[in-house]
Design a protein around this ligand. Structure first.
Ligand SMILES: [Fe+2]
Length: 444
């Protein structure tokens, strides 16, 4: 890779380049030592110390964490909430747009009518029961969302009518376009993604029954692991963290995020998502083991710089490694975990969204009241990375297979009543890249 040149009008020499690995390195400890030394050297060459740069981030995050804690103490809902009707009408109040920008997360009330969502929930039950899913179920196909017992909580089901109808609906397209527009998607003469076109990223379903006792899911990060420090594209995306211009780091800048490779792993997401999200298929109370986030988008800068401080062993990235979820821990990130904020009560048909870099997890619950049912549907706008993955999605859709990002379980291949190509509308065809490619979808 090439190092950026000095700013115009200065005589500073170029900063030293960073080593990069476009595939996961074979010797991880050696590569971590090498990239950490290079990152430190690069920051030092900018005229600032790692401690100074980290201090800037820490003060910013501290102020946000204090604000979240104060809002929580006042009993306020930390997550911004908007009505779907305002998104459709283009009348979301500026104050709520600003709150979304600050917190990086959002609840959309009435994204779908409650009756529609409840009907979809029943449809999914019918779909799985008619096709003998619970007899065929072989247990968790990965080690991250695994659940104990004969019935799963996460259903590796992708192609039900309910899911596809929700993914290709105009209402979802409007919400996704609203969310995508929060990002800076054009810079350096490049349009990094198309905010008005989603790539229809197929994901799973969660159905958690009443009475569940669950330990929850620890705080973690979704967008990558060691690749965040080690690929050329991510090093460019996080350039301001590594070249002494940390004040210019913008968590909403999509530059260099939509075309790079990702290291493989059980929880990898090949797509670029502006927001991860789910749509509620049941009512859920805020204290029944629901999603929480650390609603501070710039906390990503903290996570990226923290391993460079001298108290972290040279071959350790604060516990981040390939094939494991990116952990956020009391040991390395206690400040961030002070700012945990759970979602408010939601009703079936509401949707919940969080910036792709937001730390999140699921709270534990004992004897859960009511169901906890969701369809995972993110905002994954059309871009080179998502266009590449769309080819794999088309293939999985045509054959009823599990998509390439997920364990190869393929339960739906022989299910006759899955969603069919003839059921696609224009949004669905565009999302799969069918109209643009002119490909006939009729293979399944
Ligand atoms: Fe996650």
């Amino acid at each position: 890779m090439t190092a950026p040149t000095a700013p115009a009008g200065t005589s500073q020499p170029p900063l030293p380049p960073l080593p990069h690995w476009e595939e996961a390195p074979a010797d991880l400890p050696a590569a971590i030592r090498q990239v950490k030394a290079a990152l430190r050297a690069r920051i030092a060459a900018s005229g600032r110390t790692v401690e100074e740069v980290f201090g800037v981030v820490e003060r910013l995050v501290r102020a946000e964490a204090d604000d979240v804690a104060a809002a929580r103490a006042r009993g306020e809902t930390v997550w911004p909430v908007v009505d779907y009707a305002d998104i459709e009408a283009g009348t979301v109040p500026d104050e709520q747009v600003r709150a979304l920008h600050r917190r990086g997360c959002l609840v959309v009330r009435g994204h779908f009518h409650r009756e529609q969502a409840l009907e979809w929930d029943r449809d999914i039950v019918g779909y799985t029961e008619r096709n003998g899913f619970f007899d065929a179920y072989r247990g968790p196909g990965d080690d991250f969302f695994g659940s104990v017992g004969s019935k799963p909580e996460i259903y590796p089901i992708y192609w039900s009518r309910a899911q596809m109808q929700a993914r290709q609906s105009d209402r979802t397209a409007r919400v996704q376009a609203f969310l995508n527009a929060r990002w800076k998607h054009e810079s350096e003469g490049i349009r990094w993604f198309d905010p008005g076109r989603d790539s229809l990223y197929p994901d799973r379903i969660r159905r958690r029954p009443p009475g569940t006792a669950s330990g929850g899911l620890g705080a973690h990060l979704d967008p990558g692991t060691l690749d965040l420090w080690m690929t050329g594209a991510y090093q460019r995306a996080f350039r301001h963290l590594f070249d002494g211009t940390v004040e210019q780091y913008d968590p909403w800048d999509a530059a260099h995020r939509t075309d790079g490779p990702q290291y493989p792993g059980t929880t990898m997401c090949s797509a670029f998502r502006t927001f991860q999200g789910w749509t509620a298929l049941s009512d859920m109370e805020h204290d029944q083991g629901v999603l929480y986030a650390v609603p501070i988008p710039s906390a990503m800068a903290y996570l990226m710089l923290r391993p460079l401080l001298p108290d972290v062993p040279d071959d350790d990235m604060c516990g981040v490694t390939v094939n494991r979820v990116f952990p956020v821990s009391e040991r390395w990130h206690p400040l961030l975990l002070e700012a945990v904020a759970g979602i408010p009560d939601v009703r079936a048909g509401d949707s919940v969204w969080w910036h792709c870099d937001l730390i999140h997890g699921v709270a534990p619950v004992e004897d859960q009241k009511g169901w906890g049912n969701v369809m995972y549907i993110p905002a994954a706008p059309w871009c080179p990375r998502n266009e590449r993955y769309a080819a794999a999605v088309r293939e999985a859709f045509a054959t009823g297979s599990s998509p390439a990002d997920f364990p190869a379980e393929h339960y739906e291949r022989s299910w006759p009543d899955r969603f069919r190509p003839a059921d696609l509308n224009a949004t669905g065809r565009r999302g799969l890249g069918l109209d643009r490619a002119g490909t006939e979808p009729g293979r399944g």
